[in-house]
Design a protein around this ligand. Sequence first.
Ligand code: HEM
Length: 156
Amino acid sequence: MLPNAEPIHQSLELCVERLGDPAPLIYQRFFSKYPNAVELFGDDPDDSIKGHMMEKIFMLLMELADGSIKPRFSAFWVADHEVWKVERAMIFDMFDIIVGTLREGVGDAWTADMERAWQDLIASMIPAINAGMGSASGDDSPEPVAPPQPRFQRWS
Ligand code: HEM
């Protein structure tokens, strides 16, 4: 288990205890920033596609924290998403929104260790996200973005 794992697990448990399932709030925030992303999910009247995706996102984050998968695995799902017209900025913003929602859900129990663990975890995927985004569409893919500054203060 990596040193990040405990604060990551703790923050998720506390958030669910205090806020319940964070997925609806996360999607609400994501779609208010990217209204055009709604149609990318196609016909999803009961939100099951979105619900399943959020479960997989949290599974990915926990497996990364545990060290049971490597950050470079993300290049694969990112390349799939590029084909589906998901933009690089949407991916970074989704993680930003997830961490912000957890921070808010955990509230006054949020610790500096949790903040550091989440920032390190997301930062560890940046090279793979940039690589995955470049790989699907050939020459006309956008320039890789520079590693962002810590972006996880937005919802505080
Ligand atoms: C905006 C339009 C998007 C669409 C249409 C979309 C669609 C999908 C679909 C259909 C899946 C497969 C889910 C399943 O196995 O049931 C998936 C998985 C996933 N999506 Fe998205 N997605 C979108 C945005 C995003 C964003 C912004 C992120 C950023 C975090 C993301 C991260 C993931 C991850 C990590 C998985 C799981 C990959 C795996 O473990 O195989 N998606 N997505």
